[in-house]
Design a protein around this ligand. Structure first.
Ligand code: HMG
Length: 302
């Protein structure tokens, strides 16, 4: 299959990238991060999470962040909303897209959102209806699509079942998420092929964590399966509090560098993203996890 000319990169660092940070990061830093990402050309930024602050304290300032950022009219600012409480908070700050997040694994569903998969779908139903009524975009994220930290490999049918439920709820986009980064290209291709049999590939995204260094290969396998939306995180920031040991999302800089080599447009300025990656890594007191980011920053410094 031929590869697309253009892909959409959803930058998830302000939410997935920062949610697992131990020390609380000031809202001003989150706001600066999002503003710089907006300037770099991302058309979709996952900006915050309206979840219980007892479960994820780092995301407690979502409203302050959403109200503090400089928004561009064509940029989609997404927020996570596990229930109606989260949805109402998202509506109050005029989020463009709300994300319901389920799992293809029963055990992870319990650990992450404290209910079974079936209960989660029932909880998402009013959120989906309210999102449609308010004219907001709706995205559904399927955690553990390639494997679960508690249950091991995920059967492909479990991913398809949740995708089907999300489709019925009216999701505009559905994420196949490799929460712990265990997927390898052959399996990713099988999962993407199964999901694209029931949903238009243009509505499916690949969300890959890079724990085992497989993300770029998995993105290539997804491109070959017709997928053209990918989630990335500047400097490879991230991790899920309910998936111990899992590292961050695939680094944005690495994906942009690969897309450039494949002649696939992203609309994002890699040069600016390298600077953002170095800035946020310095702020967090660590080295960037992006190979391309380090190499390009070193080249600039020379
Ligand atoms: C879903 C719940 C709330 C259920 O949590 P629960 O304890 O079953 O629910 P509850 O209704 O009993 O609420 C407990 C407390 O939280 C409050 N509460 C309830 N809802 C909200 C809300 N929306 N905003 C603010 N507060 C809220 C509620 O008011 C109550 O407060 P209390 O009475 O004890 O003072 C909880 O489990 C939760 O917040 N989980 C979120 C976990 C999370 O954010 N995980 C990380 C994101 S998922 C992820 O990273 C994966 C993804 C998407 O990136 C893709 C991938 O890589 O796989």
């Amino acid at each position: 299959m031929s590869l697309p000319d253009r892909v959409k990169i959803v930058e998830v660092s302000p939410r997935d990238g920062l949610q697992n940070e131990k020390g609380i990061i000031a809202a001003a830093v989150k706001i600066e991060l999002i503003d710089r990402l907006t300037s770099a050309g991302f058309q979709n930024i996952e900006a915050a999470s309206f979840v219980s602050p007892k479960w994820v304290p780092q995301m407690a300032d979502g409203a302050e962040v959403m109200l503090g950022i400089q928004r561009l009219p064509d940029t989609i600012y997404s927020v996570l909303t596990p229930n109606m409480r989260g949805f109402n908070d998202a509506l109050a700050v005029r989020a463009d897209e709300v994300v319901i997040f389920g799992s293809a694994s029963e055990a992870f569903s319990q650990k992450n959102i404290n209910c079974s998969i079936a209960e989660s779908i029932a909880r998402f139903e009013p959120v989906a209806q309210a999102a449609k009524a308010a004219g907001l975009r709706l995205r559904g994220s399927i955690s553990c699509s390639l494997g679960c930290p508690y249950q091991g490999e995920t059967p492909i049918q479990s991913v398809v079942d949740v995708a089907q439920r999300f489709l019925a709820l009216g999701c505009d986009e559905i994420d196949v998420a490799d929460t712990i980064g265990v997927g390898t290209p052959k399996r990713v291709r099988q999962v993407m092929d199964a999901v694209t049999r029931i949903i238009d590939p243009a509505r499916i995204s690949g969300h890959f964590h890079d724990t085992y260094g497989q993300s770029l290969a998995n993105i290539l396998a997804s491109l070959e399966a017709g997928i053209s939306i990918f989630h990335t995180s500047v400097a490879g920031l991230g991790g899920c509090p309910y998936a111990k040991g899992a590292t961050g999302n695939v680094a944005t800089e690495d994906v942009l560098f690969m897309m450039d080599g494949l002649d696939i447009e992203t609309g994002v300025d890699l040069n600016e993203v390298v600077d953002i990656g170095m800035w946020i890594s310095a702020h967090l007191g660590r080295k960037t996890a992006s190979r391309a980011g380090s190499a390009l920053a070193a080249r600039k410094a020379a």
